[in-house]
Design a protein around this ligand. Structure first.
Ligand SMILES: C[S@@+](CC[C@H](N)C(=O)[O-])C[C@H]1O[C@@H](n2cnc3c(N)ncnc32)[C@H](O)[C@@H]1O
Length: 264
């Protein structure tokens, strides 16, 4: 079991703090509050991202017929975990979760509550080492790579700055997927509010956490080059197939892009 260092902030615990969860420590709250001081709608944005994740999984299970999911950068268990959403539609859905925060590993039991017809697994892994994810025995035991898989990189690519070669990481992962597989991704941007998200990113970097904002073009090229984008394409997460026509936060408040692409 990797050691849990509560003296340093971790993105999973900070995200849990934004979402109103209970699994965070003083260091996480302190860094999160520094970011929120500049990006006042950060909590709204996190909730919109989480809702996007739920709608995307539901779309994949209900409309695209996907039954296998590889969710990298899972976050701490919360409501609407991927297997819960997918198995509510198709109980036989199989989900592998992967995260590099030891606290997520410590809480992984809450992600292993599969329906009897399906299966879930959790691996402690780093997105920046995609080959080790693809060859992990737990991944190979649960997912059949000859059949379509939905790769989920939701709210994790902004933790992979360019020096870690995220395009190569994504190419390695998508290269292992069968035609008809999907990629779901979301990403924080400074395009609609040049101050707020940048303050957040600075707070992460000052705490030693890698962070990079990208605009819609950079995000679309990074995540979806060579893929067929599912309508409506790359949009603010709040605008991706929203439920109902109630009021939604402004683009500046959301500052978070999302999209779903199909591997031809
Ligand atoms: C903001 S949370 C997103 C959680 C969930 N995907 C969602 O969108 O609701 C980002 C997660 O990515 C994880 N993460 C960050 N960098 C990572 C890396 N290099 N490899 C694996 N996980 C990473 C963090 O530990 C955290 O749990």
């Amino acid at each position: 079991m990797p050691e849990i260092d509560t003296s340093k902030p971790h993105p999973a615990r900070m995200y849990d703090y934004y979402l109103g969860g209970k699994n965070h420590f003083a260091a996480d709250r302190e860094t999160a509050e520094k970011g929120l001081a500049g990006w006042r709608s950060g909590r709204v944005a996190a909730r919109e991202n989480r809702a996007f994740l739920g709608r995307a999984v539901r779309f994949l299970a209900a409309e695209a017929g996907i039954r296998q999911f590889l969710d990298i950068g899972t976050g701490l268990p919360t409501t609407g975990n991927v297997h819960e959403v997918a198995q509510a539609v198709a109980p036989s859905s199989r989900v592998v979760y992967a995260d590099n925060d030891p606290l997520v590993l410590a809480h992984a039991r809450a992600l292993l509550t599969s329906s009897p017809e399906g299966r879930t697994a959790y691996i402690h892994a780093d997105l920046r080492e995609p080959q080790s994810i693809l060859s992990d025995p737990a991944v190979l035991a649960v997912l059949d790579f000859s059949q379509p898989v939905a790769l989920m990189l939701v709210a994790v690519l902004h933790f992979v700055p360019d020096e870690f070669k995220p395009a190569q990481v994504i190419a390695t992962l998508t290269g292992a997927l069968a035609p008809g597989s999907y990629l779901v991704a979301s990403h924080i941007t400074g395009e609609h509010d040049p101050e707020g998200p940048a303050t957040g990113a600075r707070a992460y970097r000052a705490a030693g956490l890698p962070a990079q904002l990208r605009d819609s073009g950079q995000f679309a090229r990074l995540a979806f080059s060579g893929l067929d984008l599912v309508p409506p394409g790359v949009t603010l997460v709040s605008e991706w197939r929203p439920h109902g026509d109630g009021p939604r936060p402004t683009p500046a408040e959301v500052s978070w892009y999302g999209g779903v692409g199909r591997i031809p």
